[in-house]
Ligand binder design. Structure first.
Ligand code: NAD
Ligand code: TDX
Length: 352
């Protein structure tokens, strides 16, 4: 519609943000998008190379910690909406070095909220601020149960604590100033353009390279997995049709133990590449992640019943699409696995 057509997307050179921009440009022919991204190790302009020519899309290389830049961008573009993805996103990195998580996830979100709120006070055509968050803010579940929107916050890692903090700031701006905001808390995503520090792409690429497949602890931890395109459709549904001040949980209803996923990927990639020996031999059980949440599960019934959203993909089919994408996009993989990536993998696994 008219009120949602000048979007600021932050962190759009990352995994979910790049998929979201591609999704919205094809879904809504009226929408114009400015992508603000500081291009950390996790940001890659190559992930949107196919959108570069589109005149409804512009990339700005900059940091959400730069308040002056944010004010300049709001003055110049008079954004009607913000979808805020920019974050430090990897739990293991937050354990080894939490400070960047405090800076970007807490202070950066505060800057963006505050500048957007000041803009909204002057310009009532501003429609909404959408904060992208995670199920990890709710902490860990036992063998049963699922997180709802009213589950108390109980984050375990510096990453999830920083995301919880940013969620609280968004809620405070909504309640205190009446600033129009929505929050979505989603489960684990997978799909094209995911940086290969995260479980699924790391395992796919290590199988291809015949490298060890590190499984933390006994591999029994459970995550709920959602294909990134389903996450994008849910975000867009909430952005366009959700209610201000509300939180919506997003989940795939696809709970799997880590070891099941690793074994499934071994067999799948072996089949695709016609391997003779089983890649399962590469599995190594390594020292567990400190504070490792045992299980996440999402109750997405609010989003389904109030906004009519349903995921379009099932886990095993979308996982196969993901494997096919990595096999077909080794140029992207080689690019992201440059010096910075190597260093991280060395530091992370030297510690285990
Ligand atoms: P990602 O790490 O792939 O991408 C993050 C992007 O943010 C990168 O392009 C990076 O350059 C940019 N960025 C980082 N700091 C910045 C700063 N200070 N200023 C501007 N840009 C900055 O992350 P992702 O997996 O795409 O996650 C995106 C969002 O979704 C995050 O907020 C994350 O907490 C949330 N989330 C992720 C998942 C998941 O499974 N990946 C699940 C639920 C929620
Ligand atoms: O090498 C590995 N071996 C392993 O066993 C890695 C990288 C992970 N794991 C385990 C840890 C988790 O139980 O696999 C599971 C998934 O790990 P990650 O891919 O690191 O994801 P997770 O920690 O669950 O967090 C992800 O989902 C929620 C995203 O990184 C977050 O940004 C999002 O908020």
């Amino acid at each position: 519609g008219d009120n949602v057509n000048r979007l600021l997307v932050t962190g759009g050179a990352g995994f979910i943000g790049s998929n979201f921009i591609r999704y919205v440009l094809s879904e809504d022919s009226e929408c114009r998008i400015v992508n603000l991204d500081s291009l950390t190790y996790a940001g890659n302009p190559l992930s949107l190379s196919d959108c570069q020519q589109e005149d409804r899309y512009a990339f700005v290389h900059g940091d959400i910690l730069d308040r002056g830049l944010l004010e300049q961008l709001f003055d110049k573009h008079a954004f009607t909406g913000v979808v805020h993805f920019a974050a430090e996103s990897h739990v293991d990195r937050s354990i080894l070095g939490p400070e960047a998580f405090i800076d970007t996830n807490i202070k950066g979100t505060f800057n963006l909220l505050d500048v957007a709120c000041n803009h909204w006070k002057k310009d009532t055509s501003f429609y909404r601020f959408h904060h992208i968050s995670t199920d990890e803010v709710y902490g860990s579940l036992g063998e049963s149960g699922a997180f709802t929107e009213t589950t108390p916050y109980d984050p375990s890692s510096p990453y999830s604590a920083s995301k919880a903090s940013s969620d609280h700031l968004v809620k405070a701006y909504s309640r205190t100033y009446g600033f129009p905001c929505v929050i979505t808390n989603c489960s684990n995503n997978y799909g094209p353009y995911q940086f290969p520090e995260k479980l699924i792409p790391l395992i796919i690429l290590n199988i291809m390279d015949k490298k060890a497949l590190p499984v933390y602890g006994k591999g029994e931890n459970v995550r709920d997995w959602l294909y990134v395109e389903d996450h994008c459709s849910a975000i867009w549904r909430v952005f366009c049709s959700g209610k201000d001040g509300e939180t919506y949980n997003i989940g795939g209803g696809a709970e799997r133990r880590n070891i099941e996923i690793v074994e499934f990927l071994c067999d799948l990639v072996d089949r695709k590449l016609g391997c003779e020996s089983s890649s399962r031999e590469l599995i190594e059980f390594v020292q567990d992640r400190p504070g490792h949440d045992f299980r996440y599960a999402i109750d997405a019934s609010k989003l389904k019943s109030e906004l009519g959203w349903e995921p379009a993909f099932t886990f095993e089919t979308a996982l196969e699409k993901t494997v096919d994408w990595y096999l077909a996009n080794m140029a992207w993989v080689d690019d992201v696995r440059s010096g910075a990536y190597r260093e991280w993998i060395d530091i992370n696994y030297a510690k285990r």
